[in-house]
Write a protein that binds this ligand. Structure first.
Ligand code: 13P
Ligand code: SF4
Length: 377
């Protein structure tokens, strides 16, 4: 591979799962938007059908504008597999690029433009940590058949772990089906890493009295007796963006805009989900606004870039951020800077692959089992 200029490392690489990922070369740092757009378009033109660019709903406008597909995390991986392009450039975070690598063919290469786009919630349940928690949890309930379920927002090694223990993956749209499936196969569920999605799902199934929480960082937050008595054990992870929404925000928006409807993501706290009119994944949020009548007002409880896109895409609807004052910006998603997109595409056009996400073969095979089980339910 040709040696090229890369930035002095400013980031502690030990924090990242992939040690092949590089930072932006300095000469890409100061590109003007017009020059950058022209260069991205030229590289895309040159690469033609060899590349597909995916943009998660939370990506910035400057990424989404260049994307062939915009959507939720799982939809995008399926688009990548269907598109058949040699290169999949994923505008999203590491766990999404991993999922794309798992479900695309072996001859497709997945690229994450920026190495720093790591979802903090996925990082709250590391496979090693889950391994040792699993030993404690299974010891606390020795006669129970415990089925681990991981939310899509988790790393491939955790998905592989769930498959190896008879469990599966779920998305925010099918978490309730995954729980039902798990209770057909076993007696208890361990749900990782998002406690709010877990709690919201337990409520949907009228099982809110069956919850025990497991805080792996706090010795007091692991109650073996509670685990033995409860059917649902929730890992104490959360999304720092969605956790900031409060029920007060919904009250305030309804006071200021009496006609406003409220749609929120199920990663929000229980009381926020209870107070909302509609709850669902980023695609459900998009569909809700798409299907709204002209003149309706919708307040959106999710990451701010999607709220802004929805207002641009549907000017006939009044779209409000649920929490106007606070900045609901996902720092991980924001790491996909358009300068990085220009860099990885120009490198590809020159025949060089940068920031390739390649899940280890053993993990890939098992993680695919966990994803396949989800598709079968
Ligand atoms: P979706 O799978 O609903 O797109 O959500 C991904 C995510 O990161 C939510 O915070
Ligand atoms: Fe992760 Fe939350 Fe960002 Fe989604 S919004 S990628 S869950 S930190």
């Amino acid at each position: 591979m040709v040696k090229m200029e890369t930035a002095e490392l400013e980031t502690d690489l030990s924090l990242f799962k992939y040690d092949n990922l590089e930072q932006l070369p300095p000469r890409y740092r100061e590109l003007e938007e017009s020059e950058r757009t022209a260069r991205i378009e030229a590289a895309l033109e040159e690469l033609g059908d060899d590349v597909v660019v995916l943009g998660h709903n939370y990506q910035r406008r400057e990424i989404v504008e260049h994307a062939d597909f915009v959507g939720d995390s799982y939809q995008l991986s399926k688009e990548a597999a269907a598109a058949d392009a040699e290169y999949v450039v994923f505008g999203g975070v590491t766990f999404m690029a991993e999922s794309a690598d798992i479900i695309t063919d072996d001859d497709q290469t997945v690229i994450l433009p920026s190495m720093e786009a790591s979802c903090p919630m996925a990082g709250m349940a590391e496979a090693l940590q889950v391994d040792s928690a699993w030993a404690e949890i299974t010891a606390a309930a020795p006669d129970a058949d415990i089925i681990p379920i991981t939310y899509m927002n988790s790393y491939a090694d955790l998905k592989a772990f769930c498959a190896s223990q008879g469990g599966l993956v779920c998305t925010s749209s099918n978490a309730h089906r995954a729980f039902e499936w798990a209770f057909e196969c076993g007696d208890k569920v361990l749900f990782l890493p998002d406690k709010h999605l877990g709690e919201n799902t337990a409520h949907r199934l009228d099982m809110e009295d069956e919850i025990a929480e497991w805080d792996p960082w706090d010795p007091e937050g692991k109650d073996a007796a509670e685990v033995a008595e409860s059917d649902i054990v929730l890992w104490d992870g959360y999304c720092q963006v969605h956790e900031r929404f409060r029920a007060d925000h919904i009250e305030e928006i309804r006071e200021d805009h009496p006609d406003a409807n409220v749609v929120v993501h199920p990663e929000c706290r229980r009381e926020v989900v209870e107070a909302a009119d509609v709850v669902g994944s980023t695609s459900t949020i998009c569909e809700t606004v798409e299907n709204a009548d002209p003149g309706e007002t919708w307040a959106i409880g999710t990451e701010i870039h999607l709220t802004n896109h929805l207002q641009r895409w549907h000017p006939e609807v009044e779209v409000l951020p649920l929490c106007g004052e606070a900045c609901m910006d996902c720092n991980a998603m924001r790491q996909i800077d358009p300068n990085y997109l220009a860099w990885v595409l120009e490198e590809l056009a020159e025949g060089r692959e940068r920031n390739v996400i390649e899940v280890a073969p053993e993990e890939k095979e098992l993680a695919a089992v966990a994803l396949d089980r989800m598709l079968e339910i």
